[in-house]
Design a protein around this ligand. Structure first.
Ligand SMILES: Cc1cc2nc3c(=O)[nH]c(=O)nc-3n(C[C@H](O)[C@H](O)[C@H](O)COP(=O)(O)OP(=O)(O)OC[C@H]3O[C@@H](n4cnc5c(N)ncnc54)[C@H](O)[C@@H]3O)c2cc1C
Length: 381
């Protein structure tokens, strides 16, 4: 293990297992999932059997007790499938809708939700964004009013990944006054009366990850479903955003590898005036620039993962890695599409889909502007 290559033989074995899954289960089926608009439930059961849904979680709940390097490998290999929607849908299950239950949830919630989620038997989603607020999590309006041993939930969420297949929502609600100090996280089963899934939203990309609206009308949820302390939800959400941002870095790195593979294959096979595209210096140099920037993105991501594994506060480094990789993957997609000429604009070429899919990377998990705010503040500006 060195800083240039932090991966051990164990990491590489895990990588091989994930890439085997991608080859056998995702690549042959994902085009169909794109048309269906979601990843089928049985895929999660297969992932659960392989132990892929709980790499970071405690072994006593069925996890593998491993660190963020494994999460990074998982994200990269899934993104190399060239179907970012599948990667997004899967990481929602193994990171975004489970991390807070693992870290701050009660033992009862862990047994009821985390254990079956790691097996792929119970699917979840994360409900933070609302029609009127996204980046500004402190302004959410969905309320959870305490009545005896229950909370009564009312409100609406939007842009919710896996909303149509979820059995529970890890939901951000207002339990206190205005602002960040009145926000809590609570788990609500989707069979709760008053809960409904609204429209499945038509998107630019990531078509096989379902993105839906959710609504809550007088939904009664046991008070014991609250995550950690009441009104501490904003702190938990911000903390777990760190994991989500590392996930997005991993997706971006995997997508960039996939894009460069497409660029080389196309550049070697397509001839212009009797010479392959890649023999033209303009394209050789363009790819050389991209390889150099991708290496920089990789090292910045490794720095962020290393910091996250060490348990030190690393919002600044993680935000830098997220900002840099998310911007870069869009640039790489743009250049590789351009290199394909008109073929890059055709759906039958993977670059076309990847270009659309990665457009969301500068938005999800905190937008570029939010990343810059964090970096600026933590740099003393
Ligand atoms: C494919 C996809 C899947 C998603 N999945 C989920 C999910 O599963 N669960 C969930 O809860 N949400 C999900 N989201 C929502 C996502 O987290 C939000 O879109 C994101 O947080 C931005 O919020 P917004 O869209 O409301 O934009 P806004 O917050 O309204 O931002 C509008 C613009 O203002 C900028 N801006 C915001 N704050 C600042 C600031 N302080 N300074 C300067 N500029 C600022 C933004 O960068 C943006 O350019 C998903 C989104 C997408 C696209």
């Amino acid at each position: 293990m060195s800083f240039m290559n932090p991966f051990t033989d164990e990491h590489e074995m895990f990588r091989k297992m994930v890439s085997g899954f991608v080859k056998k289960e995702i690549k042959p089926n994902a085009e169909h999932w794109e048309e269906m608009g979601e990843v089928p439930r049985e895929v999660f059961l297969k992932l659960g059997d392989l132990g892929i849904l709980g790499t970071r979680y405690d072994e006593k709940y069925g996890g593998s007790g491993l660190d963020f390097w494994y999460t990074l490998i998982l994200c990269e290999e899934l993104a190399k499938s060239k179907y970012m929607g599948a990667a997004v849908s899967i990481l929602m299950q193994c990171e975004m809708c489970t991390a807070a239950i693992h870290e701050e949830g009660s033992e009862e919630l862990k047994q009821q939700y985390l254990v079956p989620a790691i097996k792929g038997e119970l699917l979840g989603c994360l409900g933070v964004t609302e029609p009127s607020t996204g980046s500004d999590v402190g302004s959410i309006r969905t309320t959870a009013r305490r009545e005896g041993d229950s909370y009564i939930i009312n409100g609406a969420k939007t842009f919710i990944t896996n909303g149509s297949i979820a059995d529970y929502v890890l939901l951000a609600v207002r339990t206190g006054g205005q602002g960040t100090k009145g926000v809590s996280l609570i788990v609500i089963p989707t069979n709760t009366p008053g809960f409904s899934v609204g429209r499945k939203l038509k998107k630019m990309g990531v078509h096989c990850s379902a993105t839906t609206e959710l609504s809550f009308e007088d939904c009664v949820v046991p008070a014991s479903n609250i995550i950690g302390e009441e009104n501490a939800g904003f702190k938990y959400i911000m903390h777990h955003f760190q994991g989500e941002r590392i996930v997005l870095c991993g997706f971006a790195l995997g997508a960039m590898e996939a894009l460069m593979e497409e660029a080389v294959a196309y550049g070697e096979s397509r001839e212009i005036s009797g010479r392959p595209v890649l023999e033209y210096q303009v394209w050789r140099h363009k790819l050389a620039d991209l390889y150099t920037q991708i290496m920089a993105a990789r090292q910045l991501t490794y720095l962020a993962v290393d910091a996250a594994n060490s348990g030190i506060r690393a919002e600044k480094e993680i935000s830098m890695a997220k900002l840099f990789t998310a911007n870069l993957v869009k640039e790489v997609a743009n250049e590789v599409l351009q290199m394909h000429g008109g073929y890059g604009y055709m759906e039958e070429y993977p670059v076309c889909r990847i270009y659309r899919d990665v457009a969301a990377f500068t938005i999800g998990g905190g937008t570029n502007e939010v990343m810059r705010e964090i970096i600026a503040k933590q740099s003393g500006l």
